[in-house]
Design a protein around this ligand. Structure first.
Ligand code: HAM
Length: 422
């Protein structure tokens, strides 16, 4: 039977690499003072329908349970974290810093880097309205991806509230703006023009096209503030973007490009937004997306400023495996008993347990292969050490350790065995 479309199995070597990435990101988040949370894999459909907008609804896995409730596999975690905040964390000291990782589900057209079951590492910073918060969340995202071993990241920062305010100020009705956003998100300027044509003045369309194509450094934000002075709602948002970028400059080595055309796919974004790309990934090059949002009012809370991000772990894994130049490394030990009588096996198991308790990955030969064949196998499977034990070793109370790297062999006691230096 085949796996469902858009899902994958992961073999031990892939899982080892993925777990390494997760460990590096978890460590980074903990260092920034974030605590891990976990929420259910499925939620009431309502949680996602109202909160993430139409785009996500089409991609959701919805099902009815035996009690007739409409449930959905989670497509992302921001709404659920906000739900968790509203029930359990409103009285916690502000800001609240949380992170999470796990599987997510979207009914998308699968391709390389885009799956129906995929994995994210994400974080949310809840309760600060300050630009330092925007800067911290961008810095945490970048530092987490770097911790996984990726370099040459492209960070783009914009302000979705400024974009929305500009469309509103130029007379684009809200329903049309909702259709314009996905086009802007895709960079589909032709499509955008087609949508606005005949409904919005030509000069306004030109201005919008110009605005969403604006990229550069902080000076382009200052330029936009000056040229759009007649739209105070827009310039207020751009001032906020400028303040966040100034805060971000305090972080050593985090380069970014301003991109006023970032629209993001989900409806809940309101403020500073950002995306991180890695060109080596091709079509699905976005490894991270996030920004400031407002979801509190959906849970009866007023004024809960929040910002966050999610990193696509599958894309990070593709990038890490592409850029890893490490050759195969020898590690671990294979314990080879030369016969299976009580004393030899006893010493063999004791040697394996001693190695394991000092943190060395150790396998015991359980196929009853001859010693020569077992050693050949250990070499081919890139073990670093073979521990050979026969009746001679039992008589001496020692074990023979063969270093498969150098070929050297020596007799050591069980105590010395643990100082193999791996
Ligand atoms: P998102 O942009 O939908 O944002 O997803 C974040 C990242 O998850 C993407 O940049 C991408 O790397 C990865 N990703 C998304 N869909 C797939 C897929 N089908 N297959 C593989 N990877 C995928 C969010 O999910 C927001 N909740 C982020 C956020 C947190 N905003 C504020 N707080």
């Amino acid at each position: 039977m085949e796996r469902p479309r858009g899902t994958r199995d992961f073999l031990p070597a892939e899982m080892a690499r993925r777990r390494e990435t997760e460990r590096a990101m978890r460590r980074t988040a903990l260092e920034f003072g974030y605590g891990e949370v976990q929420t259910p894999t499925f939620e009431q459909t309502d949680l996602f329908v109202a909160k993430s907008g139409e785009a996500i609804v089409e991609e959701i896995y919805v099902f009815e349970d035996k009690g007739g409730r409409s449930l959905s596999l989670r497509p992302e975690l921001t709404a659920a974290v906000m739900r968790l905040y509203s029930t359990s964390l409103t009285h916690a000291p502000k800001p609240v810093r949380v992170f999470y990782m796990g599987p997510y589900f979207r009914y998308e057209r699968p391709q390389k880097g885009r799956y129906r079951e995929f994995f994210q590492f994400g974080a949310e910073l809840i309760g600060t309205p300050q630009p330092e918060g925007d800067a911290e969340i961008i810095a945490l995202a970048v530092r987490s991806i770097e911790a996984a071993g990726m370099e040459d990241l492209e960070v783009r920062v914009g302000h979705v509230g400024a974009l929305r305010a500009l469309l509103g100020s130029l007379g684009v009705p809200a329903e049309m703006a909702a259709k314009a956003f996905p086009l802007i998100d895709k960079g589909d300027i032709e499509g955008l023009r087609g949508l606005l044509m005949d409904k919005v003045e030509y000069s306004s369309i030109e201005l919008i096209e110009d605005y969403v194509s604006t990229t550069g450094d902080i000076a382009v934000v200052e330029g936009a503030i000056a040229s759009l002075a007649r739209f105070p709602e827009v310039t207020e948002a751009l001032e906020r973007l400028k303040a966040a970028l100034e805060q971000l400059d305090a972080y050593e080595g985090i380069g970014y490009e301003v991109d006023l055309g970032i629209a993001r796919g989900l409806d809940y974004y309101m403020g500073v937004v950002f995306e991180v790309d890695w060109q080596g990934l091709g079509a699905e090059k976005q490894v991270c997306g996030g920004g400031a949002y407002e979801l509190g009012q959906l849970f009866g809370l007023d004024n809960v400023p929040a910002t966050g991000f999610a990193i696509g772990l599958d894309r990070v894994d593709i990038a890490v495996s592409m850029s890893s130049q490490d050759g195969p490394v020898r590690e671990g030990a294979l314990v080879v008993p030369m016969d299976r009588d009580g004393e030899v096996m006893h010493l063999a198991v004791a040697a394996a347990e001693a190695l394991r308790s000092s943190g060395i990955r150790t396998e015991l030969e359980v196929m009853r292969r001859g010693t020569g064949k077992a050693l050949k196998g250990a070499d081919a499977r890139l073990f670093r050490w073979a521990i050979i034990i026969g009746s001679d070793e039992v008589a001496k109370g020692k074990v023979a350790v063969k270093d498969l790297d150098s070929g050297e062999q020596r007799l050591v006691s069980l105590d010395e065995l643990c100082d193999l230096g791996i």
